[in-house]
Structures are given as structure tokens and as C-alpha cells.
Design a protein around this ligand. Structure first.
Ligand code: GUN
Length: 281
């Protein structure tokens, strides 16, 4: 018997706590505000941005959308961010990724003031995540830690194996799990004997970007499996990086896709926006 980790339930619980704190801030005359920049017409990005705005509404925060045309230049985008850096009502700024290819993404992300960088993508905030002393937790990894806490899943001393070394998920997840006193292994596309390593995991994090990549033979009996993948199949359905039906019976806890890690990410962004607003006092 395994437990299906319900990301919507955890997310609702965290959002309730955020809403209460937003109300406290409003009573002091400050409404947390998130500026969301979207460049171009990527349909998936549009859905994410709409959900971020909805999340702000739901928790009582302000959201400010800046929808820019595909042909926006790096300089134009930077000058918008510089303006937002100076605006009192804007506590958090995010630029939805990916940006069009002609835009210098690194330069853009580095322009966001570290104090308003609610995605925690700025090198200053990445560095703080490394030291374990940070205001803004990287959203997707932080969402997973929140889920483990909600289900009282022990982490200290456990072996957490992460498949994927991206700057947004794999690397920061390693840092957050170290902070929780896990023993951490990071695997990636060049890892040899991958299944031998993943089979040692008490907590297995799949952040590969390949549908049903994690199969039953890669999972230890009783493991906790967290699936970061969101892959669109030919039939239009969403599918994770884990072969859920084949793996679930071996696990103690597992996240489904959809309805697992996904719903947590925007909630953690809202939590960071609240933290940014609280930091202005
Ligand atoms: N695109 C996909 N995920 C994210 C995210 O977490 N933040 C931003 N800004 N863009 C994304």
C-alpha cells in the first residue's frame, strides 16, 4: 500500500497560511505585489502566467502583468525590470522563461534586484541557497520539501537521489535536502549504472524531462518518489518522468502527474512574494 501525495491538498493548506499573513500585512498598510513579465506568445507560458495571477488574487496579493511582444529587445526588457526594481508596490518580479532566443536571458535575470527575485534565479540568491541562509527558496525544490513535511516523511539521515542537475530543480534540490540533513546524490545524463544508484534511494527525485523514464527496476521497495516531470504525450495527456502505474506499488509515497509537485511551485512563489513584502519592514 502506498500513499499518493496530494499536491493540491498541500498547496491549499500553504495558501491558507499565506492568505492569513497577507491579511496581517494589509492591516499594516502593505499589500504584497508580484510583477509578472511574459515575452512572446508561448501557450504554456501563458497558462503558467495566468495561474500565477490567479494565485495572487486567491491569496489577496496584487499582480501586475507586463505582456511584451516577441520582438522585445534585451535592452527594453532590462529597462522595464530596472523600473520595477524601483517601484514600492512591487515586492516580487519574475520574468517567465523561456524568453525568445534573441534575448540575453542571463543578463535579464541578473538585472532583477536580488531583494525582489522571488524565483531565486539571481546568482546572489543561488549563492545564498548554497550557504543555507536565504530569504527566497527555489520554488520547485521548496515545494517538494513542503510536501515531505506535510506528510511527516523523515528526511534526516536518509539517502536522497536526484536525477537531473538543472539550475532550477536538480542543483537547488540537492542544497535543500542537505539543509534537511539528507545524504544526497545527484545523477544526470552521463551517470553510469544509474539504476544501481537510484535503487539505493530512500527518497528519489525525478527531474529528467523524459516521460516514464523511471521504471520499477530503478526503485527500492518502500521508497518515496517525487516526480517533477511534466511531459505532454501524443494523446494530449500529461505524464511525469516516472512510470507511475509500474512504480507506485513499490513506493511508500509517490507524487502523481498532474496533481503532485506542479501545484506546489506557484504556491512557493506566492510564499516568496509574501517574504519579499515582509522584508520591507
Ligand atoms: N518557466 C518554467 N518554470 C518557471 C519558473 O519557475 N519561473 C519562471 N520565471 N519561468 C519558468
Amino acid at each position: 500500500m502506498y500513499t499518493r501525495i496530494d499536491g493540491k491538498e498541500v498547496s491549499a493548506s500553504v495558501r491558507n497560511a499565506i492568505t492569513e499573513k497577507v491579511n496581517d500585512l494589509k492591516a499594516k498598510g502593505v499589500t504584497p505585489g508580484l510583477a509578472v513579465i511574459i515575452v512572446g506568445n508561448d501557450p504554456a507560458s501563458r497558462v503558467y502566467v495566468n495561474n500565477k495571477k490567479k494565485g495572487c488574487e486567491q491569496t489577496g496579493m496584487n499582480s501586475f502583468e507586463y505582456a511584451l511582444p516577441e520582438e522585445t529587445t534585451t535592452e527594453e526588457l532590462i529597462s522595464l525590470i530596472e523600473k520595477l526594481n524601483g517601484e514600492k508596490d512591487v515586492h516580487g518580479i519574475l520574468c517567465q522563461l523561456p524568453v525568445p532566443k534573441h534575448i540575453d536571458e542571463e543578463k535579464v535575470l541578473n538585472t532583477i534586484s536580488p531583494d525582489k527575485d522571488v524565483d531565486a534565479f539571481h546568482p546572489v540568491n543561488c549563492g545564498k541557497v548554497m550557504t543555507g541562509d536565504y530569504t527566497f527558496a527555489p520554488c520547485t525544490p521548496a515545494g517538494m520539501v513542503e510536501m515531505l513535511k506535510y506528510y511527516n516523511i523523515p528526511v534526516a539521515g536518509k539517502h536522497c537521489v536526484i536525477i537531473g542537475r538543472s539550475n532550477i530543480v536538480g542543483k537547488p534540490m540537492a542544497m535543500l535536502m542537505l539543509k534537511e540533513n539528507a545524504t544526497v546524490t545527484v545523477c544526470h545524463s552521463r551517470t553510469e549504472n544509474l539504476a544501481e544508484i537510484t535503487k539505493q534511494a530512500d527518497i528519489l527525485v525525478a527531474a529528467v524531462g523524459r516521460p516514464k523514464f523511471v521504471t520499477a527496476d530503478m526503485v527500492k521497495d518502500g521508497a518515496v518518489v517525487l516526480d517533477v516531470g511534466i511531459n505532454r504525450m501524443e494523446d494530449g495527456k500529461l505524464c511525469g518522468d516516472v512510470d507511475f502505474d509500474a512504480v507506485c506499488e513499490k513506493t511508500s509515497y509517490i507524487t502523481p502527474v498532474p496533481g503532485g509537485v506542479g501545484p506546489m511551485t506557484i504556491t512557493m512563489l506566492l510564499k516568496n512574494t509574501l517574504a519579499a513584502a515582509e522584508n520591507t519592514f
